[in-house]
Design a binder for this molecule. Structure first.
Ligand code: DGY
Length: 318
C-alpha cells in the first residue's frame, strides 16, 4: 500500500475509491500543500495525481523524494519539469484522447460565437435589448469561409470534421509533419505555415505549449493574417503573444478572438482581452463536461495504479 496525494479537488468519489482500495489517499488543496501537514503528506507520497494547473517543479520533486509517478488529470504537460522527472526516475502520465470531442466542441462554439458576436448578443439579451432596444452589429457567416488549423493532432482533426461537415467550412491545416492521407480524405488541405496565416478567415490553434511554440503566434504571424480574420485558441495561452494579439484586435487588423486559454490563469482583471467587445473569453473549460472529466479522472487513476503496481501506464509522457 503506497501513499497517494491527490492535488486539487474534482476527482469523482468512485475514482477516489478505486485508488483508495489499494492505497492511502490524501487530498490536498494548493494552500494545504504549504502547511506542515501537506509537506508531510508529500514527503511520503509515492504517487501524485495533479488536478488542474499545479506546476511540478524541481522544488516540488525535492519535497517528494519517494515519488514514483505524477499522474496528470490533463492532456497538457507543459507545467511539468520533464527533465527533472526523468532524472529522478519519476514517471509522468497524462490523459490524451478522452477529451478530444469536448475540446473540439468548445472550439467550434468559439468559431461560431465570435462570427456571430455571441458575447455581445448575450450582453444585449440580458441588458440593452430590453432597456434601449440596442442590439450588436451584424455578424458574419461561417459557411464557405476558410478555417485554418494550426496543429492537426487528435483535437485539430476533430475540429476539422465538425466545422467541415457541420458548418460547411473549407479546411486548411498546417503540421510540421506534412499532409496525411486521412486528413486529405475529408477535404482538408495541408498548406505551408505562411499560407495558413495568409488564407484563413478563422485560425484555430491546437499546438502543445513547448519552448518552440511559446509566442510562436506573434506580431509577425498576426500581421500576416487576412485583415478582418478571427483567431481562436483552446490550446495554451502562451502559444500566442498576448500583447501582439491585443494590438491586432485594437487596430481592427483582426475582427475578433475566441479564447479559452490565457497566458495567466486566472487572468488579471485588467487584462485587456477581458474588456474588448470583439473577444469572447471562456475560463479554460475545454474539457469541462461531466462525461469527459470522468473519463479523464478514470484514465489518470489507471495510469497511477499501473505505475504503482509496476506495470506500464496507459499514457506515459516520460
Ligand atoms: C488539458 O487537459 O490539458 C486541458 O487544457 C484541460 O485542462
Amino acid at each position: 500500500m503506497a501513499q497517494v496525494v491527490v492535488l486539487g479537488t474534482g476527482l469523482p468519489d468512485r475514482v477516489l475509491d478505486e485508488i483508495g482500495v489499494r492505497h492511502t489517499v490524501r487530498t490536498l488543496t494548493r494552500d494545504q500543500l504549504d502547511t506542515a501537514e501537506g509537506r508531510a503528506a508529500l514527503a511520503h507520497a509515492e504517487g501524485v495525481v495533479v488536478i488542474g494547473q499545479e506546476p511540478v517543479t524541481e522544488e516540488f520533486l525535492a519535497a517528494a523524494p519517494k515519488l514514483r509517478v505524477v499522474s496528470l488529470r490533463a492532456v497538457g504537460y507543459d507545467r511539468v519539469d520533464l527533465a527533472a522527472c526523468r532524472r529522478r526516475g519519476v514517471a509522468v502520465c497524462h490523459t490524451p484522447g478522452v477529451l478530444d470531442g469536448a475540446v473540439a466542441d468548445l472550439t467550434a462554439l468559439l468559431v461560431v460565437g465570435i462570427a456571430r458576436r455571441f458575447g455581445e448578443c448575450l450582453d444585449s439579451g440580458r441588458g440593452s435589448w430590453a432597456t434601449t432596444g440596442a442590439r450588436p452589429a451584424l455578424g458574419t457567416d461561417v459557411a464557405g469561409k476558410v478555417l485554418g488549423i494550426l496543429g492537426m493532432g487528435r483535437i485539430g482533426r476533430r475540429v476539422a470534421r465538425t466545422c467541415a461537415a457541420g458548418f460547411g467550412m473549407e479546411i486548411i491545416y498546417h503540421t510540421r509533419s506534412g499532409p496525411t492521407a486521412e486528413d486529405d480524405a475529408f477535404g482538408a488541405s495541408w498548406v505551408t505555415r505562411e499560407e495558413l496565416f495568409a488564407r484563413a478567415d478563422f485560425l484555430t490553434i491546437h499546438l502543445p505549449l513547448t519552448p518552440e511554440t511559446r509566442h510562436s503566434v506573434g506580431e509577425r504571424e498576426l500581421a500576416a493574417m487576412k485583415p478582418g480574420a478571427y483567431l481562436v485558441n483552446t490550446a495554451r495561452g502562451d502559444v500566442v503573444d498576448e500583447r501582439a494579439l491585443v494590438a491586432a484586435l485594437r487596430s481592427g487588423r483582426l475582427a475578433g478572438a475566441g479564447l479559452d486559454v490565457l497566458s495567466t490563469e486566472p487572468p488579471d482583471p485588467d487584462n485587456p482581452l477581458l474588456h474588448l467587445p470583439n473577444v469572447m473569453v471562456t475560463p479554460h473549460v475545454g474539457s469541462a463536461t461531466e462525461e469527459t472529466r470522468y473519463a479523464m479522472a478514470e484514465l489518470a487513476a489507471r495510469n497511477l495504479l499501473n505505475v504503482l503496481a509496476g506495470e506500464e501506464p496507459v499514457a506515459r509522457v516520460v
